[in-house]
Design a protein around this ligand. Structure first.
Ligand SMILES: NC(=O)c1ccc[n+]([C@@H]2O[C@H](COP(=O)([O-])OP(=O)(O)OC[C@H]3O[C@@H](n4cnc5c(N)ncnc54)[C@H](OP(=O)(O)O)[C@@H]3O)[C@@H](O)[C@H]2O)c1
Length: 361
């Protein structure tokens, strides 16, 4: 079989009005909004509904799909691969990303970032996806029990084998990302091109402060996740936990988050969600969901915002963020900042000219 895997193409990709950005300093172009499968695809959503969700995304300009070996214990990769094949999507039209770390079994070498798991885990992911390569493979977490040189060399091996075209990190600290770059630089190897990080109106520290110096220096791209804070920024949790929502379907996993919503800090978040809803509806004629997603996409260091959806309608609603983007004027951004009051404190400049929080002079 050709490396590009030719199954009959039934659907041509039409990017519609989707903007594309480079993934960091790489030449890979990614849609401003992509789609991921955590908890949903292969988890709470299986069978034909997965096809409906991916089809709706693809028909609305989303050609990038993110998964991980651990999502639904491998089922997410299986379902995504099955649907891509059944829909007859052209492999070259797609950007497929997966992640390794958590593993599927409990053996001492079944997870983490040893060369053994990176090589074996990649092969197992590809088998589940039914693909010969993924576009980007991410280290789902850092592994402090493996020398960084081993990690960098193993991802380079995976790339040389043609099993992945690029590699990236997820939830690594700035120091860990820098170390990977230094090792790659010293050994003349390929460095990670992007960090998959949490970024939403309530979680800002890493992408807006900690990584601040990395964007320009290393051409770091970001694929942001949980940009709706798992649904909190849709307003659906303002008055409790609705049935058939993420927090009710995964109440054990989100136990602390659910409890936290009752605390003064949690109530304060809900108050802000309500204020942002008013701003979205009255000043931008949109929903808070679209506003919250556009706000992350507005950040010039965001390469792609990975959406999560349990039903196709959520994708259509969330892509209204594209219409909101041009409405995010400096005045509106200031009003949002006033409501949030959560901008990370800038690094001290001691009177010297400072880069802004996007790493620009
Ligand atoms: N690297 C990592 O460690 C990591 C971690 C987390 C996620 N990710 C990736 O990022 C992707 C997105 O993250 P996420 O799923 O946490 O994103 P999110 O946008 O914060 O949450 C998505 C969930 O919110 C609800 N939702 C979405 N749109 C809605 C709308 N318009 N109205 C009402 N509810 C809505 C849906 O859940 P319900 O309908 O079930 O309530 C949906 O599954 C994941 O799929 C995964 O690929 C990566």
């Amino acid at each position: 079989m050709s490396v590009l895997q030719s199954w009959p193409v039934q659907r041509e990709f039409d990017p519609k009005n989707m903007p594309f950005r480079r993934l960091g300093g790489s030449g890979l172009r990614v849609p401003l909004f992509s789609l991921g499968g955590w908890l949903t695809l292969g988890g709470t959503v299986v069978g034909d509904p997965v096809k409906e969700i991916i089809k709706t995304a693809f028909e609305n300009g989303i050609n990038m799909f993110d998964t991980a070996e651990a999502y639904a214990a491998g089922k997410s990769e299986e379902e995504m691969g099955r649907v891509i094949q059944e829909l007859g999507l052209r492999r070259t039209d797609l950007v497929i990303t997966t992640k390794l770390f958590w593993g599927l079994r409990k053996g001492p070498n079944d997870g983490g970032l040893s060369r053994k798991h990176i090589v074996e885990g990649t092969q197992e992911s590809l088998a589940r996806l039914g693909l010969t390569y993924v576009d980007v493979i991410f280290a789902h977490r850092h592994d402090h029990n493996v020398p960084v040189e081993e990690i960098v060399r193993a991802f380079n091996y995976v790339i040389e084998k043609g099993w992945a075209l690029y590699w990236g990190t997820s939830e690594w600290s700035a120091r860990e990302i820098e170390e990977a770059h230094h090792v790659a630089n010293k050994l003349n190897l390929i460095a990670p091109i992007a960090e998959q990080c949490k970024h939403n109106m309530f979680d800002r520290e890493r992408p807006e402060k900690e990584y601040h110096g990395l964007y320009k220096k290393y051409g770091l791209g970001t694929t942001t996740f949980s940009s709706l804070a798992s649904g909190l920024l849709t307003g659906k949790y303002n008055d409790g936990i609705p049935e058939d929502s993420r927090f009710s379907n995964h109440s054990e996993f989100f136990k602390d988050t659910i409890e936290g919503l009752k605390s003064p800090a949690g109530q304060e978040k809900i108050r802000k969600v309500k204020e942002l809803t008013t701003l979205a509806e009255q000043e931008l004629q949109t929903t808070i969901s679209a506003l919250a997603l556009a706000w992350v996409a507005k950040n010039p260091n965001t390469s792609t915002v990975i959406l999560g959806a349990s039903r196709p309608e959520q994708i259509v609603e969330n892509l209204k963020a594209l219409e909101v983007l041009p409405k995010l004027t400096p005045e509106i951004m200031e009003k949002i900042e006033k409501i949030l009051g959560s901008a990370p404190e800038a690094l001290p400049s001691y009177g010297r000219p400072m880069l802004d929080r996007f790493g620009r002079i």
